[in-house]
Design a protein around this ligand. Structure first.
Ligand code: FPP
Length: 261
């Protein structure tokens, strides 16, 4: 196991008190999921509109993607827009949708060069056409890449996802019953195959910025045994060293998955 780049290229100026060499390449989490929170507060602190915070957050997204890919994370899921975020003021929602479209179009070539595969989870059908197309094009262009998978959660809600799966399963069960097939209970693996994350392993590590201690309807099924790391840093200020802190903290945990070590 090794990093994709020399450590001093990934972390060129490590702050005092942090040791990048302590990072074990064999213990890098395969799947990191991030709740990018605090854009609004970041903007407010600077007397700016909320959208300015979201725009500033793009830099942190770029840096986190690059760093995660360089250290060998296989899946990085980012919570870009929840199914509840439609309740925000109309201009913020519109601004975010434009930002997603523009950012995806601007970044896809760079992501492709880094062999990143870009996909979405959530109900993309409700997105404005421009935004939906930008994500669809990113998927088309990168779908055969074998590097890190970037999973963008957009119009995503954990409960809605579980309901969609339950309804799929109920529909299949009704069809089977009508065909006279005897009842067979659904197990966890079969249920998980109906989720948006069917082909994605559960997150090992969930990071939330801005100090909030809640899960906000994110990956409810998938986080059953995830480790949590919460930092007070506001998302636009989150950088590779904050990501390194989260990884080192994760590597210090003992995961028991309900058993004993
Ligand atoms: C939460 O902060 C942040 C969001 C709802 C949006 C995050 C989106 C980005 C950073 C852009 C990502 C871009 C792509 C292409 C995926 P908040 O507004 O809830 O902050 P607050 O809690 O301080 O108000």
């Amino acid at each position: 196991m090794s990093f994709h780049k020399p450590l001093d290229e990934i972390f060129p100026s490590v702050p005092d008190g942090l040791d990048a060499r302590a990072l074990d390449p064999a213990q890098v989490p395969a799947h990191v999921a991030v709740i990018m929170d605090g854009n609004g507060r970041w903007a407010k602190e600077r007397g700016k509109v909320r959208l300015a915070g979201h725009k500033a957050g793009i830099g942190a997204v770029r840096e986190t993607i690059r760093c995660a890919s360089d250290v060998g994370v296989r899946y990085l899921t980012i919570y870009a827009f929840s199914s509840e975020n439609w309740k925000r003021p109309e201009d913020e929602v519109r601004g975010l949708m434009d930002l997603f479209a523009k950012t995806m179009l601007a970044e896809v070539d760079g992501l492709h060069e880094e062999h990143v595969r870009v996909m979405t989870i959530g109900d993309a059908s409700a997105l404005p056409p421009k935004t939906r197309q930008a994500f669809a094009e990113a998927w088309e262009k990168t779908r055969n890449n074998t590097g890190m998978t970037l999973v963008v959660s957009v119009n995503y809600g954990g409960r809605a996802e579980i309901l969609r799966a339950a309804n799929d399963i109920a529909r299949e069960a009704a069809a089977k019953q009508a065909a006279g097939v005897p009842f067979a209970p659904v197990d966890e693996a079969a249920f998980a195959r109906h989720l948006d994350t069917a082909d994605i392993p559960d997150p090992d590590l969930v990071i939330r910025t801005s100090g909030e201690m809640r899960i906000s309807n994110f990956l409810l099924w998938q986080i059953a045994y995830s480790e949590f790391y919460i930092t007070d840093v506001l998302w636009p200020d989150f950088d590779r060293y904050d990501f390194l802190r989260a990884l080192l903290d994760f590597q210090g945990r003992t995961r028991r998955f309900g058993g004993v070590k």
